[in-house]
Design a protein around this ligand. Structure first.
Ligand code: FE2
Length: 262
């Protein structure tokens, strides 16, 4: 059984103590990593599904790299809206190792009878995401060439509505395009995303779409404008089996900080 750790929406700042709506994101990323190391068996892959930083600065990527360095040999990354591709590639050694030749930051990693594919939905300067034709072509080729029994996808912007007016307005712009690919290949069993900073699931074809809490600030899906929830930071564990998988979210046992809603 292979074990995957998903961390998402780190939102680390260049300045160590800087807070996002009252939440010290760098400190909480460290708390999450410490909790994982203290409580979890080892992981075969550690996948970061975007928003590594909040301010897209070289110092922020350096801090992320240092905090995650315990998993240097397991890390895989895709970008979120709060990322900058060039700085990500320069600052995180695992990124350049898995880049596919274009400026897109993707990965393709086989483990047992599973293929894990990371997609790039980042649009510079935009909060919403987009899945480009070149990404669809690249994904289609990775699926066609593979003899894997099962496929897991990882990317930042969820490909479905998550039942939140304000989050769905900043989701994946052309989500139907990716829905078509996911629905057409029954080997695709799961797609793990970030961006919405709360836990959500949705069935699509043979796949289940999962979103995962942030390692820092949590979002409240209710209402029509952005609000921040008082909830503990978390992460997702995925256990890959020969004939399926199990997954669950784990949160820190206490809520370290309450967010400021203004
Ligand atoms: Fe985020």
């Amino acid at each position: 059984m292979a074990r995957i750790l998903q961390l998402t929406d780190l939102h680390v700042f260049a300045s160590a103590g800087e807070r996002l709506k009252g939440i010290p994101t760098r400190e909480l990323l460290q708390q999450v990593v410490d909790h994982v190391l203290a409580t979890e068996p080892a992981f075969d892959r550690v996948i970061i599904t975007g928003d590594h930083t909040h301010d897209e600065q070289p110092e922020s990527y350096a801090a992320v790299r240092d905090i995650l360095s315990v998993w240097a040999d397991q890390l895989l990354h895709v970008p979120g809206n709060h990322d900058e591709r060039r700085l990500m590639q320069e600052g995180l050694s695992a990124v350049s190792r898995h880049a596919n030749g274009s400026d897109r930051l993707t990965f393709c990693s086989d483990i047992d009878n599973w293929r894990l594919i990371g997609l790039d939905t980042h649009v510079p300067g935009e909060v919403a995401g987009h899945i480009s034709d070149d990404q669809i072509a690249w994904l289609t080729n990775r699926l066609a060439e593979s003899g894997a029994s099962h496929v897991g996808l990882f990317f930042h912007h969820p490909p479905v509505d998550v039942g939140s007016v304000w989050m769905d307005a900043i989701g994946l712009a052309n989500r139907e395009t990716l829905q078509t690919v996911i629905s057409a290949d029954e080997r695709i069993r799961l797609a793990c995303c970030g961006h919405v900073h709360h836990e959500f699931t949705f069935d699509l074809g043979s796949a289940r779409i999962f979103t995962t809490p942030s390692t820092g600030i949590q979002f409240d899906p209710q209402g029509t404008t952005p609000r921040f929830a008082t909830a503990a930071p978390g992460y997702r564990v995925i256990e890959l089996q020969p004939d399926g998988y199990q997954t669950h979210v784990v949160r820190l046992p206490t809520i370290p900080y309450a967010p400021v809603n203004d």
